[in-house]
Design a protein around this ligand. Structure first.
Ligand SMILES: C[S@@+](CC[C@H](N)C(=O)[O-])C[C@H]1O[C@@H](n2cnc3c(N)ncnc32)[C@H](O)[C@@H]1O
Length: 353
């Protein structure tokens, strides 16, 4: 078996692995530009549970990239032996999709039927094959598994290799000391490092237990909780500042979370977040990097409707395959009941040095 290299998740090298199961694992990760679920899932997802089916899949991988038609045929044979093998269906869909063979949609649909929680993100691949996105967010099980697996390498990949600077850019927008702060999708705590000196009480929420574990080890936050931002109950307290750094790239539609933040902030409280920017007519799109990007006018309209005045700054958030990733740093201030709405929305562009 040749040594295979996982290319990247968002351009960051993830792993180099040997062996049959790892080869399939790497293939999926490479093709999706991201990683796969945590190691406890690998036997379930990456091995079919049938030795002969696994062997066929190994042969299929060895035929790639030169002969995708034969590789797909071998996967079909493997799946005839192991018809409930999620990763096999996913990989077959991937091979068909990447090589222009028919049947990619059917294969991804079967992967989704085998694992309705969708830890491999087959629904995202289906969305990429459509002209428009059907899902309004990434499957929570996919995001959770992705970041659980990614947590140990997260900072080295994102900060050291990709020059990620979202938290610093966001911190520049925050005026003065604040009392209570909620950091949504706090991850390993990079935003918390910026926030800690400016606030009295700092809480972080994230869907990934492993990201929270790395974060907890740093001792920056007063309180950390595992929460899914797509399933928040009505707020039971108010905050002075709510942040979300590099998180909304995993949430497509922002109506629900924006409405929640509007309820959870005190009047004149601040909502500061970053998004990747896109310039088309849609409010958001799922990019081929498997991250959502949002349009500035649609965001401005959403925030205005939710009761915020906002200012946006255009900036390079990080690098991706040697190209800058442009995004928006958004500072939204909750209008108090008596303030007239600002109509201009202050859209400002700032180019990097
Ligand atoms: C790219 S990381 C950014 C982490 C941190 N904010 C930073 O700037 O370093 C995205 C984080 O958002 C979290 N996340 C994504 N979707 C989420 C959701 N639906 N609920 C809670 N956390 C989520 C991920 O687990 C991950 O830790």
């Amino acid at each position: 078996m040749p040594r295979l290299t996982c290319a990247e998740w968002g351009s960051s090298p993830l792993c180099q692995l040997d062996g049959a199961i790892d080869a399939r694992k790497c293939a999926i990760a490479d093709d999706m530009l991201r990683s796969i679920p945590d190691t406890s899932m690998i036997p379930v997802l990456m091995s079919s549970g049938d030795l002969i089916a696994d062997r066929r899949a190994d042969y299929a991988e060895a035929l790639l990239p030169d002969d995708p038609a034969s590789a797909a045929e071998l996967y079909e044979q493997a799946l005839a032996l192991a018809p409930h093998w999620t990763a096999g269906w996913y990989r077959l869909g991937d091979i068909r999709d990447k090589s222009g063979l028919s049947g990619a949609v059917e294969a991804f649909e079967t992967a989704l039927a085998c694992d309705p929680a969708d830890r491999l993100g087959a629904s995202l691949r289906l969305d990429m094959l459509r002209d428009r996105s059907m899902a309004d967010a990434m499957p929570p099980a996919f995001v959770e598994a992705l970041f659980d697996q990614y947590a140990p390498k997260f900072e080295a990949a994102l900060v050291d290799q990709l020059s990620y600077c979202g938290p610093q850019l966001m911190a520049e927008q925050i005026a003065g000391p604040v009392g209570s702060v909620l950091d949504l999708g706090c991850g390993t705590g990079l935003m918390g490092v910026e926030l800690r000196p400016r606030c009295a009480k700092l809480t972080g929420w994230d869907i990934s237990a492993e990201m929270l574990r790395s974060c907890r080890a740093k001792g920056i936050y007063d309180r950390l909780e595992k929460r899914d931002l797509n399933a928040l109950p009505a707020p039971d307290q108010t905050w002075d500042l709510i942040t979300a750094a590099d998180v909304f790239i995993y949430l497509g539609a922002l109506e629900k979370i924006t409405g929640w933040v509007a309820m959870a902030l005190r009047p004149e409280g601040q909502f500061v977040f970053s998004v990747e920017e896109h310039n088309g007519p849609e409010a958001y799109v799922l990019q081929d990097t498997c991250r959502y990007a949002h349009s500035a006018p649609a965001l401005q309209d959403l925030l205005y409707q939710a009761g915020f005045d906002c200012r946006m700054t255009r900036a390079v958030l990080r690098m991706d395959r040697d190209a800058p990733v442009w995004g928006l740093i958004v500072l939204a201030t909750k209008r108090d009941g008596s303030s007239p709405a600002s109509t201009d929305g202050h859209y400002t562009a700032r180019l990097p040095a």
